[in-house]
Design a protein. Sequence first.
Length: 206
Amino acid sequence: DNNGGCEHTCTDTEDGSFYCTCDDGYVLNDDGLSCDDVNECDMYNGGCAQNCHNTDGSYYCSCDDGYTLNEDGHSCDDVNECDMYNGGCAQNCHNTDGSYYCSCDDGYTINEDGYSCDDVNECEYANGGCEQICTNTVGSFYCSCYDGYTLNADGSSCDPVDVDECATNNGGCEQNCHNTIGSFYCSCDDGYTLNADGYSCGRFAL
């Protein structure tokens, strides 16, 4: 009636005796009656690739963050976080073994949240490498030059353009116009002096 004193299974023998056995996941103690749980994780980590968890009479495997348990219940595969919603990255998602990270396109910088991207104002650093005018755009920038200069093929340096201002309306000069590289100036005939406006002429006072 008391199961022969066996904690789990009692089996009769032909000679009128009996013996005890334990359920799977348990081991028979030296008393031949009671059973103790076997900690499967103590031997070869229970065959688990990563984490082994002992339970009463059994055990189970689990995987670290960034991995998923395979159907065999023991091995782990890397999770490609970039496959779902681009990993939450605003621009570029890079999968790594057990993890991932975000990056931004050229002209952008990653924010502290590690996901979103902000435009880089290239003009804030050394004027973007432009010799004269730097104009920031979303994700990029461009160089330009002041009036009287032209942008060189390198896209950053400027050379003066010799526009002959004197060819149009004598440069606004009342008498003589003199062209220079990138500019011009007015002068007056003998007996006249250039006024403060730099264009008109007045007679010398005798």
